[in-house]
Design a protein around this ligand. Structure first.
Ligand SMILES: *[C@@H]1O[C@H](CO)[C@@H](O)[C@H](O)[C@H]1NC(C)=O
Length: 305
């Protein structure tokens, strides 16, 4: 029984805005609490999928966790192209090696708030999908989301980590033109998956938001509008590099997760952990933006053709 419940929530809006923050940037800032940072070192393939959808397909990084029920999540998995004729796209039935799961962006537990309402998918190693699931669910249960619903902004920590593609799309938009058979745009729509479209081998229900958070607070946070064209790259106090469409200000806080037992988090068996078990092995921590590294004033890269 190693996993003690350790979901620490973090609170307290630090009202103190650093004097180093430019007024312009502060106007552009989104809700200061809303950054859900994924550590791409832990989930390179998952980051690749998220960044491809967010940047190369114009889905963006603004997401709303709307607490959909299981049927709605299945419809979204189908819309993302994970549930296809003959079974789950990433299942052994469809010719994939065991140990892969179909990762959707936006997550089935969310709807995007960006320019495109596409849903995309990529087959990723199951352990990486589980780490993403743990990160997302910990955030849903954090003080910021309060169990949901909530609006938040996905943020890709260490976007240049080994094995990560597309997360540097603002710096190098041409990355989006790379041929990548594993990136699939779903058919969209709101139809229920048919029996033929499910694998029923454990690969269909892989969404991070499967278990509803228990926290009572249902307050929907109000989000200010971001500029559509401004993107900044920043370093957090814990050294993570993140790109923030719309910009951040020095002192802006951001959430990330850290495993309680790092060995467990890193080992392949993480793929076999249930969502709650995964969440129990994570602590939600708060950090803040301490340095602006680079900024771009450009629209998101055009979708690849
Ligand atoms: C951490 O996880 C590993 C792998 O499951 C386990 O062998 C070890 O006992 C755990 N450590 C603690 C302190 O619980």
């Amino acid at each position: 029984m190693m996993k003690s419940f350790a979901l620490a929530t973090v609170l307290a809006l630090s009202a103190s805005l650093s004097s180093a923050a430019s007024p312009k940037l502060m106007l552009r800032q989104n809700n200061p609490d809303d950054l859900m940072i994924f550590n791409c070192v832990d989930m390179p393939e998952v980051c690749t999928n998220m960044c491809w959808g967010a940047y190369c397909r114009s889905i963006g990084t603004g997401l709303t966790y709307d607490k959909p029920d299981a049927s709605e999540k299945r419809r979204r998995r189908r819309a993302a192209g994970c549930l296809v004729s003959g079974g789950n796209r990433c299942s052994t039935r469809k010719g994939y090696d065991a140990g892969y799961q179909c990762d959707e962006y936006p997550f089935a537990s969310t709807v995007g708030r960006g320019a495109s309402d596409e849903r995309v998918n990529r087959c990723v190693p199951a352990g990486q999908n589980s780490r993403q699931g743990g990160t997302i669910n910990s955030f849903y249960q954090s003080a910021y989301c309060g169990g949901g619903p909530c609006d938040f902004t996905a943020s890709f920590g260490n976007p240049g980590a080994a094995g990560v593609s597309y997360c540097n799309a603002y710096a190098t938009p041409e990355d989006c033109d790379v041929d990548d058979d594993n990136q699939v745009v779903g058919p969209g729509g709101t139809q229920d998956p048919t029996e033929d479209e499910t694998a029923d081998d454990g690969t269909d229900e892989t969404d991070p938001g499967e278990e509803e958070p228990t926290t009572e607070d249902k307050k929907l946070r109000k989000i200010k509008k971001r500029s559509k064209t401004f993107v900044g790259r920043y370093r957090t106090a814990v050294g993570t590099v993140i790109d923030v469409p719309g910009g951040a200000y020095i002192g802006q806080r951001a959430f990330y997760v850290e495993p309680v037992n790092a060995t467990l988090w890193a080992e392949p068996a993480a793929a076999l952990m249930g969502v709650q078990e995964m969440v129990d092995n994570l602590v939600v921590k708060e950090t803040k933006v301490v340095e602006e590294i680079e900024t771009w004033n450009a629209p998101a890269p055009a979708p690849a053709v």
